[in-house]
Design a protein around this ligand. Sequence first.
Ligand code: MN
Length: 194
Amino acid sequence: MTHAMPKLPYAMDALEPNMSQETLEYHYGKHLQTYINNLNNLVIGTKYENSPLEYIVSNADGPLFNNAAQAWNHTFFFESFSPTPQQAPTGKLLEAINRDFGSFDAFKEQFTKAAVGIFGSGWAWLVTNDAGVLSIVSESNAGNPLTKGLRPLLTCDVWEHAYYIDYRNSRPNFLNAFWNVVDWEKIEKRYEEK
Ligand code: MN
């Protein structure tokens, strides 16, 4: 089974000025493509040759895990955005955010703090457990909360390649822009489908 590049649900320049076309050309077009190429090369001859991507992420280790997780994480990340996003959650997800973080603003503050605070490369995640309780998880490198039995709802890539073209060294400025393009309608669907 060959793993394919996901289709972006928007044009390469659609997230400007928050994420530039040049950033997407590198981040989606080159970094993600490389992880998928590596995954397709590494999986040949292993017991995961015909496994779905999520199964590989949940079970593999070493270089195969790293490239499979980076493929999954980036696909999930890029599918979280819209040029015309619903700017805040509603419904059951908003209720859960208010219950577990106090308010939407308090959640954004805690998630931003987690993302900015990751030392080196990694990913900040909003996750739910099987009971629908939300939490924020920080992961290094290719880390993915699926390996801890948690279901991802939202992620922010804090590898420097995610922001260096647009924001240079300023990860906080990237986080400010990230919030402008997160489509909460999609995040709500993930929570309701979990
Ligand atoms: Mn990345």
